[in-house]
Design a protein. Structure first.
Length: 475
């Protein structure tokens, strides 16, 4: 494909007659994605051992000492970890990368934005029921992900320790000639008496090269409830704004906070807005289940009816819930757990809604393995093929002995190794301070982004040359 060819979108528009065609097409894509991800030969179905019993551990006894600290500085008992690094967990954001390919195939700019929005929402879906803490990356740690059956390659690096910043880049296997997705993440945590709020600071960028388009967005806030008493549960809330800097189109997606009046959890809704600030499509769904695109007039009527129904429910709560129901006016959100299963929520969608994305079903035994998906099960796996082991830099997360020991079930040795690695990192930092040396990332560099004017971490284009001579000894 010619990278210099510019696609003129000025005369393109969304044709409702194409709905059936694109609905069938996306369903084929979903099935293709499912078949690819679930191929047995590309990954194990389970971890070597199931997760540890945490019933005797009080998370509040730990977190109350961490108020005001950065998330990366919180020391948790290793039993509260999951056997992957943060770098490996970030890789789950590209599980549904076929949505980027779908966007790239579209000639209509509105349809491209639809699939970019679906990808942005899908990148959060891997966090369902994931209440364990990944291992903090060591400075200089890297993680590479590339599979023969998937059309992209991915690499990440811990580029800073204070503050803790993880940078990543994911690109089409043609060296990023079609598309490139990159960004950095700085997790910030804020504690209250009853909950913990995690805000993943950082700008995410998607470039569609053929269309000469640059999209940017940031993730939304996650709040974990019941950290003192009760069963832990969490939700994402806030507004995600996806901007196409090339044509000024944007998608605004609201992650709705849980409400006792509507009984809706994990709901998202929003609009695609063109350069003239006109709403052109509606977006609706659950980040835990699916995202739909809807005709704007039908969507506005749909939202109006929902507000009317919610108002009636609030006005006549006894009538809605039954005479035996008690009022929830004084219910403390952080002492209760919503009994809503969004994946089984019945949506009365308007006609002609397009299914942009649907989640891969959760494994029946996932709760025994940190609620990992099949994709995640294989992230730290050593296959019998020695080529992978020999091709990786010595800084790759798969070489971390603490994570390896934890997934093998040796929690005592895992804890010892974790402490050893952290002490080694401190000693290295102190030695560099004495020599007045500053840490230099190996595979990323900080540049000013033309589209936004922000400083962003981008690949220095050296990683895939696979020259590991100057890699640090961090393990």
């Amino acid at each position: 494909m010619d990278n210099n060819h510019h696609v003129d979108d000025s005369d393109e528009f969304f044709d409702a007659d194409d709905i059936d065609h694109y609905t069938a097409s996306i369903q084929r894509d979903l099935m293709r994605s499912w078949n690819i991800i679930c191929r047995k030969q590309y990954g194990r179905a389970k971890l070597p051992v199931s997760m540890f019993d945490r019933s005797q551990i009080s998370i509040w006894s730990i977190l109350k000492q961490c108020i005001g600290k950065e998330l990366s500085k919180i020391t948790m008992p290793i039993a509260w970890n999951e056997p992957v690094s943060f770098l490996q967990r970030f890789t789950e954001n590209v599980l549904y990368s076929y949505l980027i390919d779908k966007a790239d195939e579209c000639t209509d700019p509105v349809m491209r934005m639809q699939y970019v929005a679906a990808f942005a929402v899908s990148s959060i879906a891997g966090n369902i029921d994931r209440l364990s803490k990944p291992f903090n990356p060591l400075l200089g740690e890297t993680y590479e992900f590339m599979r023969d059956d998937l059309p992209f390659r991915y690499v990440s690096e811990q580029v800073s320790h204070h503050p803790p910043v993880s940078a990543f880049t994911c690109e089409s296997k043609d060296g990023g000639a079609r598309w490139r997705f990159y960004g950095s993440i700085l997790p910030k945590a804020k504690f209250s008496v009853k909950n913990m709020e995690v805000n993943p600071k950082g700008l995410l960028t998607l470039e569609l090269k053929r269309h000469r388009e640059v999209y940017t967005w940031s993730s939304v806030t996650c709040t974990i409830h019941n950290i003192v008493v009760g069963r832990l549960w969490f939700e994402y809330h806030g507004t995600m704004e996806i901007i196409n800097h090339s044509n000024k189109m944007k998608a605004t997606i609201h992650f709705k906070p849980y409400s006792w009046s509507t009984k809706e959890l994990h709901k998202v809704e929003g609009h695609i807005i063109d350069s003239h600030k006109h709403k052109v499509r509606g977006l609706y769904g659950f980040w835990t289940d699916a995202l739909y695109s809807i005709d704007i007039e039908q969507f506005d009527a749909f939202l109006k009816q929902q507000k009317k129904d919610a108002k009636n429910a609030a006005k006549y709560p006894q009538e809605q819930a039954g005479n035996s129901a008690s009022s929830t006016d004084n219910v403390d959100l952080d002492e209760e757990v919503p009994d809503v299963d969004p994946s089984h929520e019945q949506l009365n969608l308007p006609p002609n809604s397009i299914t942009l994305w649907r989640i891969i079903p959760k494994l029946e035994y996932a709760d025994q393995y940190y609620n990992f998906s099949l994709f995640t099960m294989a992230l730290n796996e050593w296959t019998e093929d020695e080529k992978l082991r020999l091709s990786l830099p010595p800084t790759d997360s798969r070489f971390r002995p603490d994570i390896r020991k934890m997934e093998e079930g040796d929690i005592d040795v895992a804890g010892q190794e974790k402490n050893r690695l952290e002490e080694k990192q401190r000693e290295t930092r102190h030695a560099m301070e004495k020599r007045r040396e500053e840490w230099q990332p190996r595979w990323f560099r900080l540049v000013k982004q033309e589209a936004t004017g922000h400083e962003v971490w981008v690949s220095n284009e050296k990683y895939w040359q696979r020259n590991w001579i100057n890699c640090p000894d961090i393990y």
